[in-house]
Design a protein around this ligand. Structure first.
Ligand code: ACO
Length: 324
């Protein structure tokens, strides 16, 4: 019998500092009204000076380990999804491995921008199902505030910092209602669209970190189509219909994207978890952050089915269907 990838625990962490739309409007030519109307965002969290992506990811990992009733000793693989690593190398995953006091196992980063968590989860699932790992710590962690052009109102209002984590394990969570874990994953990319969403720097090209650049309205159009299609394909792979799924936890980019996708797939408003108003777009961290909110407030319970979905730079996109 093939090994299963059970969801043992989920956790998240947000830095202390909140930056509201009104505060942003004091430094850049925008308004609370414009940001709310076009994106649904009201505030975002910003990491403190000296607080790195690994620090956020480590704190989210501790919470996920706690809910899974595990420690770093139990983990044999760490996968961190991030586009804002502490350093060009080593990976943020190995930095978190050290913070957790682990001297065993393996750790690496994946880079698929806002789809990073889906890519990382998909890899974790494959590693467990091929019996190459038993307990995988999957983290999405970002400090996007460090790669924003704070003078560009079309991008700086959209993003925030944060981290989320999930423990995926070959051993089920001890709860008779707990589901079978990862049922299906779907990942895709299309490199032809890199000029629509990118960072204009890098070690090999400019030897700088660079700033985020985006053609927002074009990204919007592609995102709605690919997100909808990837969910349908992910569910169809296990003969499930979209209407059989309890919860949808999308990448949190823009409330209007969430609503357009929900309309396209005929989802009920209450089924779609939305945290974009408070977290803004935290890229690879947004899905586990939103998932942790909906589990912690009691909406998502053991036994529920959950569709995760994301779209980001590359373009990359994908979905993962879970029985929690
Ligand atoms: N405040 C005030 N005005 C602004 C701001 C701002 N912060 N930003 C842009 N504008 C102005 C523009 O200058 C433009 O003015 P003009 O008509 O005088 O030229 C006007 O608003 C309209 O600009 P558009 O870019 O056409 O506005 P749009 O309705 O497309 O909304 C937005 C922009 C919010 C970026 C939207 O396109 C979007 O959300 N796209 C998705 C992009 C995204 O979320 N990317 C994240 C990464 S990918 C992902 O996570 C899915």
């Amino acid at each position: 019998m093939t090994q299963k990838s059970f969801i043992r625990g989920v956790g998240s962490y947000l830095p202390a500092r909140v930056l509201t739309n009104a505060q942003l409007a004091e430094t850049v030519d925008t308004s609370d009204e414009w940001i709310r109307e076009r994106t649904g965002i009201t505030q975002r969290y910003i990491a403190a000076e000296g607080q790195n992506t690994s620090d956020l990811g480590y704190k989210a990992a501790l919470k996920a380990l706690d809910t899974a009733k595990m420690s770093g000793d139990d983990i044999d693989l760490i996968i961190v999804a991030t586009s804002t690593p502490d350093l060009t190398f080593p990976s943020t995953a190995t930095i978190i491995q050290e913070l957790l006091g682990m001297e065993h196992g393996a750790a690496f980063d994946v880079q698929a921008v806002c789809s990073g968590f889906i890519y990382a989860l998909s890899l974790a699932d494959a590693m467990i199902k091929s019996e190459k790992a038993s307990n995988v710590l999957v983290i999405g962690a970002e400090t996007f505030s460090r790669i924003l052009d704070w003078n560009d109102r079309s991008t700086c209002v959209l993003f925030g910092d944060g981290a989320g984590a999930m423990i995926v394990s070959s051993t089920p969570y001890e709860d008779e209602k707990a589901g079978d874990g990862v049922l299906s994953t779907f990942i895709r990319s299309d490199g032809r669209h890199k000029d629509l969403l990118y960072v204009d720097g890098g070690p090999s090209s400019t030897r700088t970190v660079g700033k985020l650049r985006m053609v927002g309205n074009q990204v919007f159009r592609h995102a709605v189509k690919e997100l909808s299609d990837s969910m349908v394909q992910c569910a169809a792979a296990v003969d499930m219909a979209i209407e059989d799924i309890d919860w949808f936890v999308p990448h949190q980019a823009n409330q209007r994207i969430l609503e357009a996708v929900a309309k396209r797939l005929d989802l009920r408003r209450g089924q779609v978890v939305s945290t974009v108003a408070y977290h803004a777009n935290t890229s690879a961290a947004s899905i586990p952050l939103a998932l942790d909110v909906a589990i912690s407030d009691g909406r998502i319970k053991r036994g529920h089915t959950i569709m995760l979905e994301a779209f980001g730079g590359g373009f990359t996109w994908g979905a993962a269907l879970l029985a929690y």
